[in-house]
Design a binder for this molecule. Structure first.
Ligand code: NI
Length: 259
């Protein structure tokens, strides 16, 4: 086990923010945390995530098309994802979802269509999905109440209400908590954290973005998942070690290919 026993369920070490020190950082991370999942957002970053996972035993990959990256998506993108899906280190389809925040993103109907196609592919390969939901809570919940069945999922950087969380808990979905849960104004996120069963809780960084307090504003990295986890242990009134063990066990249950 690593120093913290934590697992970062959502990282983007393939991002150019790590071009200058990627290998040095990842080598160090092998001592600090049990592992992390590197996530792709298009063809190039998904390929980079798979390559990183091949290089380091404690690194795993997620592959998929992020809702911000759908312009010019190739017609055969599902064939490419299918080739990666059988790779022993590819543990999830993600990051995928809906993003209604950026006006330049593709229209809602196109986003939904591609999201659902990727969910079908995940089901076909018995992989869980890692969901991005920004300003799309209503449509997201409706999809999971009416259309989407038979897939395991984590709602990454969960920012919805307790009411929505109740609906998701009923269906056994997981919740990812990252740096935003440490921010002063994030009472809503902490309420959700207290509400959901600990068996459905994952920690994450979404690095290089969203560094937790006290590193807010700096480049995030998977090692900073410790700040988020220590803050959560305090919020929940539990021991850090217990929460680390629980959330890492949750990761291994959800992402079945993690060893
Ligand atoms: Ni992300």
């Amino acid at each position: 086990m690593s120093r913290t026993g934590l697992f970062d369920s959502h990282a983007h070490i393939n991002d150019e923010a790590f071009d200058t020190d990627r290998d040095e950082l990842v080598t160090q991370l092998g001592l600090e945390i049990d592992g992390f999942i590197d996530l792709g957002c298009d063809a190039v970053s998904s390929a980079a995530a798979v390559a990183l996972a091949e290089k380091y035993p404690f690194v795993y990959a997620g592959v998929g098309w992020h809702p911000e990256n759908l312009k010019g998506i190739p017609g055969d993108y599902l064939d490419q994802l299918a080739q990666w899906a059988v790779h022993p280190k590819v543990v999830a389809i993600g990051e995928i979802g809906l993003d209604y925040y950026w006006e330049e993103n593709e229209p809602k109907e196109i986003q939904k269509k591609i999201f659902l196609e990727q969910i079908d592919l995940a089901k076909q390969f018995d992989l869980p999905i890692i969901i991005h939901d920004r300003d799309a809570h209503g449509d997201m919940l409706e999809l999971f109440q009416k259309e989407v069945k038979g897939v395991q999922a984590v709602f990454h950087c969960y920012a919805g209400s307790v009411e929505m969380a109740k609906e998701l808990v009923k269906r056994g979905y997981y919740f990812g908590f990252g740096g935003t849960s440490t921010y002063k104004n994030a009472n809503k996120v902490r309420e959700v954290m207290k509400y959901i069963p600990k068996e459905l809780m994952l920690f994450e960084t979404d690095c290089p973005y969203l560094s937790p307090v006290p590193m807010r504003g700096k480049r995030n990295n998977p090692g900073y998942v410790e700040y988020t986890a220590r803050n959560a242990a305090e919020v929940l009134g539990v021991e850090f070690e217990e929460l680390a063990a629980q959330t890492t066990a949750n990761c291994k249950r959800l992402f079945k290919k993690i060893r």
